[in-house]
Design a binder for this molecule. Structure first.
Ligand SMILES: C[S@@+](CC[C@H](N)C(=O)[O-])C[C@H]1O[C@@H](n2cnc3c(N)ncnc32)[C@H](O)[C@@H]1O
Length: 194
């Protein structure tokens, strides 16, 4: 993924996470690709990651974070061990493609966000219905999921976010340069908890 990070992802992460402020929860933080994108406007950052090995690598990067206070914790998005309405912002990048229960995960995100709080998202998503790329995604998806830790090629994530009761504030749809054609369609943006 290094060439894809260089081609577009790093820039997209920086642009998106400029919008993170206050008390922030990042779900599926992985090995910490976003950690250096947070600004001092973040008063407290809670990084969650279910995979123990990734969590170890994440912990090693925490000192690079500009947030006032940062902590790493285990947990999946379907069961967030945090109080209701306790975050100003939730961040998820390249995560919602892999969660077991997308609807349940979005419900949990909504629960922990304050009213008016913001979900910052960046995801690879399904190509438009009826397109040739979408047919390829549908065809390859069962095998892809098995070899890529439940990553779905054909999730309609933007629609799922809206169905969960968020209001999309802005969204960019762009091709992930240098990535395999079946994972190129992406969305990134901000959804409000209304
Ligand atoms: C492709 S990696 C992305 C990591 C990082 N967010 C990034 O932008 O590079 C997918 C991450 O989602 C995490 N993940 C998978 N299922 C999850 C779930 N149900 N809840 C939270 N995180 C999950 C994985 O452990 C992994 O760290």
């Amino acid at each position: 993924m290094a060439n894809v990070e260089d081609a577009c992802l790093r820039e997209w992460r920086m642009d998106l996470l400029e919008n993170a402020a206050g008390r922030v929860l990042e779900i599926g933080a992985g090995t910490g690709a976003n950690i250096e994108c947070y600004t001092p406007a973040v008063s407290e950052l809670v990084l969650t990651e279910p995979d123990v090995h990734m969590r170890g690598r994440l912990r090693k990067k925490v000192s690079r974070c500009k947030a006032e206070k940062t902590m790493v914790t285990e947990g999946s998005v379907e069961l967030i061990n945090q109080d209701d309405a306790s975050f100003d912002c939730v961040v998820g990048t390249l995560v919602l493609c892999s969660v077991r229960d997308l609807e349940g995960g979005l419900k949990e995100i909504k629960r922990v966000l304050k009213p008016g709080g913001r979900l910052l998202f960046m995801e690879h998503v399904a190509a438009p219905r009826g397109s040739r790329r979408r047919r390829w995604q549908n065809w390859i998806n069962p095998v892809w999921r098995r070899v890529n830790s439940n990553c779905h090629l054909n999730r309609e994530t933007e629609q799922a976010v809206v169905a969960a009761g968020f209001s999309i504030h802005w969204v960019r749809r762009e091709s992930m340069r240098k990535a395999m054609p079946i994972v190129r369609p992406t969305i990134r943006g901000i959804a409000h908890n209304v």
